[in-house]
Write a protein that binds this ligand. Structure first.
Ligand code: NG1
Length: 522
């Protein structure tokens, strides 16, 4: 199968195979201690850092992340007892076990009981449905349960660090369940398609960037992830800059972003705000949008496409000509400025937006507010739209810059342009999307004053990590400044080990894979 999720027989896919070998050895030993049997294989999926373009994936605008070396690995064994037992090398993730329904029905998640096992169950649901639909004979067309499983996980993606620990875990779980049930080959496109919705089962309306980045990652390559006309990860070489290599440094603010708990005022609310924004724009131009958002409404990309194709009668944009995308997004930004009155730019109360959409408050509530709980006083339609259109524009500007880099050009000019786009993105996340936090702003300020060309909050934000653009010659300056002015100040007792985990140079890494055990020496 072309472009299928790879199976490796050794650890050479890591940039540092040796240090990972001991990690795998410990994982296997722990598994044997837990279950008294040998694991059959290891399932693995990495975290990601998003270079630019946040809170735009669920609007179907392209993003530029890369998979990174930190990952989730799970040792897997099977059994005929239809029981699933989950363990973790980190004992703060307590052992969990549950039975698979004997009638073969797909498991349901108790959302009121928030545990790490629920994320495994997300993977279980999507893997089970995939097997039932594509390999019905292995589950008697859905009347026979999946195989029992024994699992021990180990993760190096910091939880709540904005580097997609949840997506890495959900994808590693899905892959483990598929393989354990005899699915030895799955395409990256299929694994992405099924895992993109997995976290919706715990009530977080995620976009598709993280799973796609985790699955499509390649060593030394960043990814362009497109959602239209179809979801795909396109790996591309990051240009080599002379005389000093470009470095992407990640610093974890250590302010945990607990997405599940804060979703009603943070992540899920952003999803609702731009869903309402999309329908409001559509109403203003009398357009009917495809209902392909996470809450079954239109998206801002859907609006942009319809505006150009139906309202202005222009050709469809398939994403390949960057200049067309840039000029369309610039037009969207102009429209955003003129579409709202001064009062509307402050925000909309429910009754106000419902009225503008021609809906009763009850109808508005049913369409926009029931899929996941949200809490707000005013919906910030103008601000969020401005963020989404401008960050989507910056993604294309960065892509153009990277694609057109010419080694004979002055690398300082290139780096300054790139850095400015990153810092502008941070400013937009802070001011218009309200997804930064003072700690993240501080990290950006410190690095850019000490040798970084630009810096921005990466991922959902509301805590988590910052990605800084610097060069090899300036790296130690930036690290020292962050250490002294941020970490030692806020966390005076921080250990060397904790510091080393909080500030890491991110190298683009291989995506999700299965590892067969033959080569790992115990
Ligand atoms: P993180 O940073 O992993 O919480 C979340 C969403 C992404 C995307 C970003 C913001 C998940 C699993 N992922 O990422 O789809 O919307 O926020 O760009 O929730």
């Amino acid at each position: 199968m072309t472009d299928s999720v790879p199976t490796f027989k050794d650890l050479s896919f890591y940039s540092d195979p040796e240090s990972n070998n001991s990690r795998y050895v410990k994982l296997i030993q722990k598994f044997q201690e837990n279950f008294g049997i040998k694991p059959e294989f290891i399932s693995r999926s990495p975290g990601r850092v998003n270079l630019i373009g946040d809170h735009i994936d669920y609007n179907h605008f392209s993003v530029l992340p890369m998979a990174i070396d930190v990952d989730v690995i799970g040792a897997v064994g099977t059994s005929d007892d239809h029981k699933v037992v989950l363990t973790n090398t980190d004992e703060s993730f307590a052992k969990e076990e549950f039975d698979l329904a004997s009638d073969g029905s797909v498991i349901e998640i108790d959302k009121t009981n928030h545990t790490w096992g629920n994320y495994f169950k997300c993977g279980l649901i999507v893997a089970h449905k995939y097997i039932r639909d594509n390999f019905p004979e292995s589950v008697d067309s859905g009347s026979k349960p999946l195989k029992g499983l024994r699992l021990t996980f180990n993760g190096t993606v910091p939880t709540g660090g904005g580097l997609s620990s949840s997506a890495a875990f959900c994808v590693a779980s899905t892959l483990a369940i598929l393989r354990a049930n005899g699915v030895t080959s799955i395409s990256k496109a299929d694994l992405t398609r099924i895992t993109v919705v997995s976290e919706h089962y715990v009530g977080v309306n995620t976009g598709g960037m993280d799973q796609c980045a985790s699955i499509y990652g390649e060593q030394n390559k960043a990814l362009l992830i497109q959602f239209k006309p179809k979801l795909i990860g396109i790996p591309f070489e990051i240009p080599v800059i002379k005389p000093n290599d470009m470095v992407f440094l990640i610093s974890n603010s250590l302010l945990k972003a607990n997405k599940h708990e804060t979703a009603p005022t943070d992540y899920n609310l952003r999803v609702v705000e731009i869903a309402a924004a999309s329908e409001l724009f559509a109403k203003k131009f009398n357009l009917n949008l495809p209902k392909d958002s996470n809450v079954s409404t239109g998206t801002l990309r859907g609006f942009m496409d319809k505006y150009f194709e139906e309202y202005l009668k222009k050709d469809a944009w398939d994403g390949s000509d960057i200049d067309v995308g840039i000029s369309r997004l610039e037009e969207m930004l102009k429209l955003t400025e003129t579409a709202f009155s001064v009062d509307e730019k402050v925000g909309f109360e429910t009754s106000e937006i419902a009225k503008q959409l021609g809906l009763s408050v009850e109808e508005f509530t049913k369409i926009f507010l029931t899929k996941a709980p949200v809490r707000y006083q005013k919906l910030k339609i103008y601000q969020r739209s401005k963020h989404v259109f401008s960050d989507s524009l910056r993604v294309l500007q960065v892509l153009k810059l990277l694609r057109n880099y010419n080694p004979s050009e002055d690398s300082e000019v290139f780096l300054k342009k790139f850095g400015t786009l990153l810092s502008d993105s941070h400013h937009s996340s802070d001011i218009y999307n309200d997804s930064s936090r003072p700690e993240l702003d501080q990290l950006c300020e410190i690095s850019t004053a000490n040798g970084a060309y630009g810096a921005r909050v990466t991922g959902a934000g509301f805590g988590g990590s910052v990605v800084h653009l610097t060069t090899a010659d300036k790296l130690s300056n930036v690290v020292t400044a962050l250490t002294e002015q941020y970490y030692k100040k806020h966390f005076p007792d921080i250990t060397q080990q904790e510091l080393a985990e909080a500030i890491v140079v991110s190298k683009p890494a291989t995506g999700s894979c299965i590892v067969e055990l033959d080569s790992i020496s115990l």
